[in-house]
Ligand binder design. Structure first.
Ligand SMILES: Cc1cc2nc3c(=O)[nH]c(=O)nc-3n(C[C@H](O)[C@H](O)[C@H](O)COP(=O)(O)OP(=O)(O)OC[C@H]3O[C@@H](n4cnc5c(N)ncnc54)[C@H](O)[C@@H]3O)c2cc1C
Length: 372
């Protein structure tokens, strides 16, 4: 129960960091505040399991964290809408359904925006991985149709694009489709070690996935990489990294040169200490924190502690710092995972079991009643 005089805490977006905040409230009790959530979707979907879902290893329901039970359990007032713009000085959030929500303290975890059309150009066969729910719906609509040519192009040579290539190659619906991975000029997994790149390249080869190391673009209705057309294609799936949404700039929030919200070591928006932002929408100004689900997840408990202190009128004390080296487990969608940790690159079936255990444990944390 909240009193009229309690401060209003507004959470915008059910991104990974906010799930961490909600998890903290389930374990330790919610802070004394009127708690409000703005999120248009009824469930959060876990990107790390999407390639496995495409390959038929999971059902769609297994990647979903329904928000209804979490909202009910933690006494959140839920607006099923999108944030349109924020007035940081007057402390008002304007939603796309015309509502306006006043707040004392606001935290934003709305993730990144799709940028495939801006980078590649428009094409009706283009399916951008962002927003993830749009990608999932798009593939669900398509997958029951017969592919005409039996060819799919994946654009993006990072971990997301590589895993999507494995997912589509082993699709339970479009069986034996030819898959071509277009990495761009920066090549395959540029942020990973040569050992990982070597293992992934060998696995792509083993699975018959062609790799094109040129930038792709849509030209005259065809997907072109370098000077070469990749047609005919049934589908162009793009994982070209997340871009920034438009609303931070339109709201007058400080942004970096790509449009992400600039935040300090406590995730406070620079110059607006009553607004915090975490996950892919934010850009730390004190240190490098790459945009990834892992960092969004691990910043959640820290954010929860800082929000509690700030609601009690105290200064935030904790700062999220990434581990020394990032740890990734890539799903080959053929019963193995490739681990990437610093210079190390390992591949095995037991790593796939570890990935499955980690992923499903994370989902269960939010779907089990009471968070246990
Ligand atoms: C195929 C694939 C696999 C990946 N695998 C991994 C992996 O294994 N490990 C890893 O670390 N990273 C992985 N990533 C990256 C990871 O998905 C992102 O970094 C992560 O999802 C970002 O999380 P977030 O919490 O910032 O936002 P999101 O997870 O995008 O959540 C944002 C939420 O905010 C809501 N929202 C958006 N706009 C608004 C608005 N205006 N108003 C209100 N709500 C809004 C959305 O509906 C959504 O619920 C993968 C990405 C892809 C594409």
């Amino acid at each position: 129960m909240t009193a009229r005089t309690d401060p209003v805490l507004l959470l915008v977006g059910a991104g990974h960091a906010h799930l961490g905040v909600i998890d903290d409230w389930r374990k330790n009790g919610p802070p004394r505040a009127h708690r409000v959530l703005v999120e248009p979707l009824d469930a959060m979907r876990y990107s790390g399991m999407v390639p496995g879902w495409i390959a038929g290893e999971y059902r769609a329901s297994e990647l979903a964290i329904p928000l209804g039970p979490l909202v009910e359990e933690t006494g959140l007032q839920w607006h099923r809408a999108r944030l349109d713009r924020i007035d940081p000085d007057r402390r008002i959030a304007h939603l796309d359904n015309g509502e306006a929500v006043s707040f004392d303290l606001c935290s934003i975890a709305t993730g990144g925006a799709g940028q495939a059309r801006a980078i590649l150009g428009n094409d009706e066969r283009l399916l951008d991985i962002r927003p993830l729910d749009g990608f999932i719906e798009g593939w669900q609509r398509l997958r029951d149709s017969e592919p005409r040519h039996g060819r799919i192009a994946i654009v993006g040579g990072g971990a997301g694009g590589t895993e999507l290539a494995f997912g589509f190659r082993n699709s339970a619906h479009w069986r034996d489709c030819e898959v071509v991975l277009v990495t761009g000029e920066s090549g395959l997994l540029p942020d990973h070690s040569p050992a990982v790149r070597g293992r992934v390249a060998a696995e792509l080869d083993r699975q018959g996935i062609a790799v094109v190391r040129n930038d792709a673009r849509v030209e005259g209705g065809a997907l072109v990489a370098g000077q070469r057309s990749l047609e005919p294609l049934d589908l162009i799936a793009a994982a070209v990294g997340s871009g920034a949404p438009d609303w931070p700039e339109a709201s007058g929030l400080p942004i970096d040169d790509q449009g992400f919200v600039r935040v300090d070591e406590y995730q406070r928006v620079c110059g607006f200490e009553h607004i915090l932002a975490a996950g892919d929408v934010a850009r730390r100004t004190d240190r490098k924190v790459p945009h990834s689900g892992v960092h969004a997840v691990y910043s959640g408990p820290v954010l929860a502690k800082n929000l509690r202190r700030m609601l009690a009128g105290k200064a935030p004390r904790r700062s999220y710092s990434p581990r020394f080296m990032d740890f990734y487990l890539l799903n080959t969608c053929r019963g193995e995972s490739i681990a990437s940790y610093g210079r190390l690159g390992l591949q095995s079936a037991w790593l796939r079991r570890v990935k499955d255990w980690l992923d499903t444990r994370w989902i269960r944390r939010f779907t089990a009643r009471g968070g246990r």
